[in-house]
Design a protein around this ligand. Sequence first.
Ligand SMILES: C[S@@+](CC[C@H](N)C(=O)[O-])C[C@H]1O[C@@H](n2cnc3c(N)ncnc32)[C@H](O)[C@@H]1O
Length: 455
Amino acid sequence: MYQPASGGDYAGNGFHSPHQIGDGGVGGGVARGTRRRRGGRGRPRLRDGGISTGSGGHSNNNYNSSRSRVSNSYGAHHTQDNDDGSGPDSPPPPPPCTDFDMAYFNSYAHVGIHEEMIKDRARTETYRNAIMQHQSQIAGKVVVDVGCGTGILSIFCAQAGAKRVYAVDASYIAVQANEVIKANNLSDTIIVLHGRVEDVEIDEEVDVIISEWMGYMLLYESMLGSVIRARDRWLRPGGLILPSNATLYMAPVTHPDRYAESIDFWRNVYGIDMSAIMPLAKQCAFEEPSVETITGENVLTWPHVVKHVDCHTVTIQELESISTRFKFQSMMRAPLHGFAFWFDVEFNGPAPFPSQSDMSSSLMASSNGHATDSSQRKKRPNPNEALVLSTAPEDPPTHWQQTLIYFYDPIDVVQDQLIEGSLVLSQSKENARFMNIHLEYSSGGRSFVKESVMR
Ligand SMILES: C[S@@+](CC[C@H](N)C(=O)[O-])C[C@H]1O[C@@H](n2cnc3c(N)ncnc32)[C@H](O)[C@@H]1O
């Protein structure tokens, strides 16, 4: 485990490492690497244990540049002095950096997570293409990379001609980013700030925000809130945010193989009837959301838009709880095993989401020609042909895969049968990076409720 220099300015080229968090390690971080999922690593996930108890320092060392400095970056009980002349229109003080947050940042200190993300070519190449596509808005401009990780997106922006890039990351991976940036002779352009976006200070307006903030089911990790804070603190009016929009989808799925592998398996184990274990097997396999890869063949209908986010206008409050009602009409006869979730993000300028009338006029018809749900469509319309990074089952796989919420028992549906209900996704009060999922669904006259937590 890399041990960064504790405290003080680092390397004298814009990098500042104000503290140490515990002894590092991936521990129980929330993000993509430690999530339990079917196969492979993944983005970290806050689960049990591994929570760093190190509260970090409370150093308030100034960064040695006139342009920016790191302020009190961590502290489990961080408070912001708000009587410094800030008026009623000032942005609210940043939320405290909790032990959960520190475990989250620790989880991103492990190189494996970054390796996996960088090797996800669909992800990394789409970002690079988007940066190059927006070169005219980046060249000569000031950029903030929210959660720079290894610095890869900052470097792409520097290659696109950015005048200055603030590469911000609260994880110790920022130390490595700084080394990479130095080794590529980009220290004059890219300033690494080791601290939370909520805490570091940048003393100028920025033209562009770039960030790869998407978690499983889009909103898991709750990193979008940090992008919103960066936007509200530094982005000049009319500035560019990449990605600009994001959409979370859901659809009913059939997955007999998965059910057979995890549940039916117990019916006959070396000739022994172990079906008594099946209730436990169902609970263990299906209690929590499962990150795994499905294909378009598992999906029973067009998806429903759970949430569309315009990164220029979305608010932190809006993300605390998201509700939607859905109504699907199965396109085939099949056992319904649950719902799959996936997302896409667009790299575009600020663009209004289509109004409800636009949505209705471009409805996808169901198999019997009747529209079911105004937000049920294969994909959001993309009139500007914006670059899209999609994690849909029919698109090339990404490290996000899809997220599945399985039922404990399948429901047999016939063609055109309605599957309807509601969904609430809310940030956990225990840890805002956890996601509470309240799902109500009914079909064929039977109704169910499923509560789960993605932790
Ligand atoms: C998904 S990784 C992306 C890394 C890199 N941008 C890339 O594309 O490979 C997200 C990074 O954001 C950092 N991060 C998340 N929230 C942050 C915050 N509030 N302040 C600073 N860094 C943050 C994490 O530590 C992590 O390194």
